[in-house]
Design a protein around this ligand. Structure first.
Ligand SMILES: NC(=O)c1ccc[n+]([C@@H]2O[C@H](COP(=O)([O-])OP(=O)(O)OC[C@H]3O[C@@H](n4cnc5c(N)ncnc54)[C@H](O)[C@@H]3O)[C@@H](O)[C@H]2O)c1
Length: 245
């Protein structure tokens, strides 16, 4: 029960690793606020956590919209009295999400804007919204989801550069937060089996990660066992980003 009495806000909690991490945090005692643009998904997931004996609520938040972010943080404090953990999972490759096959320079600008807004601007805005409460508590952890493609570079330019930005955001939050007891870490996965297509992506180990392999690392970084770790990026990519191919 590493997270007994800790309150966690999760973005992109409607599916994939955000959903799994929410369930695992609740199993270890956290009160979890699941947020996603997909309200039905987070309401169903939160109800499942409550049925299993945990504490959780589901809220609709589009991370591109500061009013919705602020309302969710206010509701979290009103319901559970603190915000100890924020995990910025919401994101995805814009051309995949928008079902586009053109190269980057031919993509409609709206698609590129979606990529930058969800993958980078949202985490900056959400971090801004929780910092005041975390500073008041003198405690907090913010985990940002990068990607191996933010480490190596990729033809998915808006996605890869936004994910590189997550490493920068993490460093800045670590510098900003240290004197207030706030840590921040970036986790940059290689392919993860949150959807079948990821099994076809190359890694040096010849396989993609199970979602739980990544969420275990994230929960460790959220825990007090990682009390001296801040500002760092943690690749978890089956050695995809190292060596010469
Ligand atoms: N799956 C992988 O192989 C992989 C690899 C590297 C990095 N990542 C990163 O990890 C994170 C989670 O990946 P996943 O595969 O578990 O995700 P996923 O695609 O299963 O879930 C993403 C969630 O984000 C939500 N979302 C989309 N737009 C949103 C918005 N505007 N506001 C709020 N929520 C929104 C979706 O509804 C969805 O529930 C993402 O940031 C992704 O880029 C994933």
């Amino acid at each position: 029960m590493r997270f007994q009495d800790r309150v966690a806000i999760i973005t992109g909690a409607g599916s994939g690793m955000g959903l799994l991490a929410s369930q695992q945090l609740a199993e270890e005692g956290a009160k979890v606020v699941l947020t996603d643009v997909n309200l039905e998904a987070v309401e169903t997931a939160a109800a499942g956590i409550r049925e299993a004996g945990g504490q959780a609520i589901g809220l609709q938040v589009d991370v591109r919209c500061y009013d919705q972010i602020k309302a969710a943080v206010d509701q979290t404090v009103a319901t559970y009295d603190s915000v100890d953990i924020l995990i910025n999972f919401a994101g995805g490759c814009s051309s995949r999400v928008h079902k586009r096959s053109e190269p980057f320079h031919e993509l409609p600008v709206e698609v590129i804007q979606w990529g930058m807004d969800v993958n980078f601007k949202g985490p900056v805005l959400f971090s801004h919204a929780v910092l005041g409460q975390m500073i008041k508590q003198k405690r907090g952890v913010i985990i940002n989801l990068g990607s191996v493609e933010g480490v190596t570079g990729t033809k998915a330019v808006d996605y890869g550069s936004s994910k590189t930005g997550m490493m920068g955001l993490t460093k800045c939050l670590a510098v900003y937060g240290a004197e207030h007891g706030i840590r921040s870490c970036c986790v940059s996965p290689g392919p993860v089996l949150t959807r079948p297509g990821m099994a076809n992506m190359w890694t040096r180990m010849g396989r993609a990660a199970e979602p739980s392999e990544v969420t275990k690392l994230i929960l460790y970084l959220c825990s007090d066992d990682a009390a001296f770790i801040s500002g760092s990026n943690h690749t978890i990519d089956g050695a995809r980003s190292v060596g010469v191919r």
